[in-house]
Design a protein around this ligand. Structure first.
Ligand SMILES: [Fe+2]
Ligand SMILES: [Fe+2]
Length: 288
């Protein structure tokens, strides 16, 4: 028996000016809405180039309102606000202006809400080690929110680790770095956190450590078979969570009309072609 259904989208990468991935978003949205979800959550990279093109954030914010769910919450991705200023291997970094752009156009970048007995926490992982005032505000919100007798689910764009919480890579932009990882995972383990769901890697994967299931959600936009250092299965689709009391199940969806776009070419050679492609004027059929 299902008490309520939550749809998890991630990495939609939509843009009004560069509609590279809009078909997949539209197909996935139609399939998700047919499931009559009670809650929809989107774990970041809503837009194609939010940090440098605020119009992309406006477009993404409007598209996220199309979920049929009465409750909709989104968290920011690096392609919405940029990476933490402390990130070493990152192309676009979050500045106060870029963060404010997101807050003005999309809404809060960290939040808590309850549904049934469950509590859900959404994070902005780019505040970690940022030095922004909001870094401490977010941590306080989390500490307060973890004081909850019912089960808790966490949503965030970047996974806390790739293989094991003890791995040590300060330079990675693919996962949370070791210091904030240790801090937050210790908080989660001392509380009633059941799962941490994330996007960013565009792969399907599950890991269980200390009773917490780490769920990697596929993106709707694209996948990449070029980066296998993180493990997981390159996937294009979305996840359906069904909650019953304090139990839940996760089901993967891959609607037949979606296109399994594989961007492995974009990571070949120096630099990431993502930035070259999204900054170049889009040439549609009518421009040729
Ligand atoms: Fe992404
Ligand atoms: Fe990302």
């Amino acid at each position: 028996m299902t008490d309520f259904r939550l749809i998890l989208f991630s990495d939609t990468h939509v843009s009004a000016t560069h509609p590279l991935f809009f078909h997949n978003f539209d197909v996935a949205l139609e399939a998700a809405n047919a499931l009559a979800p009670d809650v929809a959550v989107v774990t970041g990279d809503l837009s194609l180039n939010g940090p440098d093109a605020p119009a992309d954030l406006d477009f993404a914010a409007a598209q996220m309102k199309r979920f049929a769910a009465p409750v909709i919450h989104v968290t920011p991705g690096n392609h919405d606000v940029g990476y933490s200023p402390a990130a070493i291997a990152a192309e676009q970094k979050m500045t106060p202006d870029r963060r404010q752009q997101y807050l003005d156009r999309v809404g809060a970048d960290f939040w808590v809400f309850d549904h049934g007995d469950w509590r859900y926490i959404g994070l902005n992982p780019f505040l970690f080690e940022s030095g922004f005032e909001a870094e401490a505000e977010q941590r306080k919100m989390v500490v307060d929110a973890l004081d909850h007798s019912g089960p808790i689910g966490v949503f965030t764009h970047v996974p806390f680790f790739a293989h094991h919480p003890g791995e040590d890579d300060d330079e990675t932009a693919g996962t949370v770095t070791p210091a904030p990882r240790a801090d937050y995972l210790a908080l989660f383990q001392a509380a009633n956190v059941r799962f941490v769901a994330s996007g960013h890697i565009h792969k399907d994967k599950r890991l269980i450590f200390d009773g917490i299931t780490h769920i990697w959600a596929p993106g709707t936009a694209f996948m990449s078979s070029g980066n296998d250092a993180f493990g997981g299965v390159p996937w294009v689709g979305f996840l359906e969570f069904n909650f019953s009391g304090d139990r839940y199940s996760v089901q993967k969806h891959e609607p037949e009309d979606m296109i399994n776009m594989d961007l492995r070419n974009w990571t070949r050679g120096p630099g990431h072609r993502y930035f070259r492609v999204v900054e170049r004027a889009y040439r549609g059929p009518s421009d040729v």
